[in-house]
Design a protein around this ligand. Sequence first.
Ligand code: ZN
Length: 270
Amino acid sequence: MSVRVIPLRAGACLNLAAITERGAPWRVQAYPAGFTLILHPTRGPVLFDTGYGAGVVAAMRRWPGLIYGLITPVQCGPHDSAREQLRVLGFPPDEVRHVIVSHLHADHVGGLRDFPHATFHLDRRAWDPLRALRGVRAVRRAYLPELLPDDFEDRCAWLNFKPGGDALDPFAEAADVFGDGLLRAVPLPGHAPGMVGLLAQEDAGLTVLAADAAWSVRAGREARPVHPLARVAFHDPAQEAASGAALRAFLHANPGARLHVSHDHPEDWP
Ligand SMILES: [Zn+2]
C-alpha cells in the first residue's frame, strides 16, 4: 500500500527575498502558498494544509487582519483556493474527510472552512498556545482566528505521538495518522508552536513534506540561515534551528527521499 502525493498551491504571498535567505537580493518575490493533496488507498483525498482561501482575502480587508495583509501581501483569486482546485480535479469538498494541519499560520489554514466534513489532524501543542488569542495579539502570531470553522476544536483529532524507532532517527517520535504507516507526522516546532511535517510513503519512496521548516528545498537540504530580521517572526528560534538540523539529518540518512516545503517548487525524485 502507498499514497500518491500531489503538490498544489492556493495563492501566494509577497515577501522580500533577502528576508527569507541571507545573501539573497532585496527584491519582492511571490512565494506560493503550497498545500498537498494526498490520495490515500482507504481514506480518499487527504489534505496536508489548505493554503490561502477566499476567507483570507476578506479577513485582510478588516482590522486587525489588515495588519497581516500589510506585512505579507496576499494574492489569491477566486479559482485559486484548494476547494476550487479539488473540484476541478474531481473531488467535491464534501468528500474530503481529513485535513492534516502542519501549523495554524493563515497561509496554511485559509481554506479549512471550505471542507465542512473534514476532521483536522494536528499537534495539540500547535493549538494550545493560540486558542485564546484574539485581535492584534493573534495577528502578531500570523494567526487569524476567523479562518477556523466555528466547530474547529470539536473536529480536531490530536496527533498521537509515540517513540519513532531507529528508522526515524533523529526524530524521537512520530504520529501514525491512520495507523497504517503511510502517513507519519513528525514534530518540526520552532517556526510556529507544534508545527509538524509529514512522511508520506509513495510507490517510488518517501516524500518528506516539511511545511515551513525551510523557505526553500535548497535551504531544507543545506543549512542556509535566514536574515536575522526573519527570526523576529519565529515562535522559538532555537527550536526552529534544531528542527532544521533534524530535517537535514533525516534527509541525509534517507537519500532516496524527496523533499517538499510549502513555499517552494516541489523536488523531483533523486
Ligand atoms: Zn508558517
